[in-house]
Design a protein around this ligand. Structure first.
Ligand SMILES: Cc1cc2nc3c(=O)[nH]c(=O)nc-3n(C[C@H](O)[C@H](O)[C@H](O)COP(=O)(O)OP(=O)(O)OC[C@H]3O[C@@H](n4cnc5c(N)ncnc54)[C@H](O)[C@@H]3O)c2cc1C
Length: 458
């Protein structure tokens, strides 16, 4: 007989979304159980501290784009501290014709930058007068070509989409991936007019204003994970859970799973999934194949991240956030983050810590390369791009992600509609995680808090 457990809320997946939701449920006095297939929580977040270097295996930093991020760090204080990026790392570099160029931060810099063509610089003056688009499924590339021009697509938007989504701007649909940009055109007829006229959305009383600043947790994102984990009762985590399967009952759910040789059944009124789309068919077997396929067909970018640590840095000055490589430049890396310039204590004094990215939708096969092949490519590219003159790193670690970043492409509308219909048909079931509502860590925190608040009535 399976062991029976009763709780208020079952959460499947103990990544950032699951942990934040569980934290707020626990705070509100609800009994929550987290089922996780791995032996640890945090999902793709993991900070490693090795030989004087501190580096991330997964996400490196988030953007303070939602007030819920500030709230979370306030709620977790003093267990972990929000760390904002150093002001000196504000500059973003773009690779063009064999050298780095700073992405313009002002209209004056926009005139002088070699990144964009003279034609497009003049053409942008007409952007406020250009007709509004009427194709809701327009890709980011189509939108940018229509309103701004090819050099803006090639040397600003393509590397930006690559840096955030590891994606292809021809396949990413603007209204799902960049809803704020889409709304700017739809509501104001132009990006420029919208940027001038748009008033920030009113914030709840006392809420901190979202910004474009970059954040981590002091000494790495794992400290955010640990703080969350420590605020949730230990006995409510079931790590190494296998064969998780949800069955709807009258007004509730029975979730069966197997852990360390024992079978369990969890009875709860609510079930929240935070796992990737590809895990849903086995977890929700009562949803017919044609319907669940509309969710599980979500495509993911595959990403290889290579952490490089140098005890003594002899390359170019790393006075920027990092550099992105446009696809038209045909290089073998997507970009590089200057991690030790962004955050404190990431490398020994005089040294440097970098994170290099390969693969993405541009080159999905990079994930299949051997470690030696990856290292050879990264050394060759970094050596030239960062002026290393053959100096080799003192630390190299490679991390591969087969399902790194979901691509909000043409199937998004069908996926979101199907999620909505399933949730309506089975009240109490919530299909969450980065398959909807944004892919960044700030989006995950906001989604989790919103779900918790809606259930606890806060
Ligand atoms: C390489 C990389 C770099 C990134 N860089 C950034 C960045 O710089 N900035 C930013 O804001 N975001 C970044 N992201 C995205 C960000 O990390 C994620 O959006 C966020 O961490 C996802 O959290 P999550 O809890 O929704 O999902 P996950 O972290 O994927 O957690 C899901 C959890 O569910 C578990 N699970 C899966 N299947 C099952 C199953 N069948 N049964 C039980 N458990 C299961 C998994 O083990 C995992 O613990 C990056 C992501 C990657 C991979």
């Amino acid at each position: 007989m399976p062991k029976e457990i009763n709780c208020d809320i079952t959460i499947i997946g103990a990544g950032l979304t699951g942990l934040v939701a569980a934290f707020y449920f626990t705070k509100a006095g609800k009994k929550v159980v987290l089922l996780e297939k791995d032996s640890h929580s945090g999902g793709v977040i993991n900070t490693i501290n090795e030989d004087g270097f501190v580096f991330e295996a997964g996400p490196n930093s988030g953007v303070l784009s939602h007030s819920e991020v500030f709230d979370l760090f306030d709620d977790l204080a003093p267990q972990c501290t929000l760390e904002k990026a150093n002001k000196e790392s504000k500059k973003r570099l773009i690779w063009k014709n064999g050298k780095w160029n700073a992405l313009p931060g002002s209209p004056v810099e926009g005139i002088s930058t070699p990144l964009f063509s003279l034609y497009d610089k003049f053409r942008i003056l007409g952007e406020p007068f250009r007709k509004k688009g009427n194709n809701p499924d327009e890709s980011v590339a189509e939108l940018v070509l229509r309103r701004l021009g090819k050099s803006f697509l090639d040397y600003a938007v393509d590397p930006f989409i690559s840096g955030i989504y590891a994606g292809d701007p021809n396949k990413i649909i603007t209204r799902f991936a960049l809803p704020k940009l889409y709304e700017l055109e739809q509501n104001y007829g132009s990006f420029i007019k919208g940027a001038i006229k748009k008033k920030p959305a009113p914030l709840p009383e006392g809420a901190k204003k979202p910004t474009r600043e970059v954040f981590s947790a002091s000494n790495g994102l794992i400290n955010l994970v640990h703080a969350l984990e420590n605020s949730i009762y230990k006995q409510n985590f079931f790590f190494n859970s296998e064969n998780i399967s949800v069955t709807p009952k009258d007004n509730s759910f029975a979730t069966s799973f197997f852990q360390n040789g024992d079978d369990y059944t969890l009875n709860s009124e609510k079930v929240i999934t935070t796992v990737g789309a590809y895990s849903l068919p086995s977890i929700l077997p009562f949803i017919i194949k044609e319907q669940i396929n509309q969710i599980s067909n979500l495509e993911y970018a595959k990403v290889v991240q290579v952490a490089l640590g140098f005890r003594k840095w002899n390359g170019i000055k790393l006075d920027a956030f990092g550099g992105l490589v446009p696809s038209v430049e045909k290089r073998k890396i997507l970009g590089v983050l200057f991690t030790s310039s962004i955050f404190e204590n990431r490398a020994p004094l005089g040294g440097a810590m970098l994170s290099v990215f390969m693969g993405g939708m541009r080159n999905p096969n990079a994930i299949d390369l051997s470690d030696n092949e990856i290292i050879k490519i990264v050394y060759t590219e970094i050596n030239e791009m960062l002026g290393l003159q053959g100096a080799e790193p003192d630390l190299v670690r490679i991390f591969r992600y087969a399902h790194a970043i979901p691509q909000y492409g043409i199937t998004s509308e069908a996926r979101l509609n199907r999620i909505y219909m399933i949730q309506k048909q089975y009240p109490g079931l919530i299909i969450a995680g980065n398959i909807r509502d944004g892919i960044g860590m700030a989006d995950r925190i906001k989604q989790a808090k919103t779900i918790a608040d809606s259930i606890t009535g806060r």
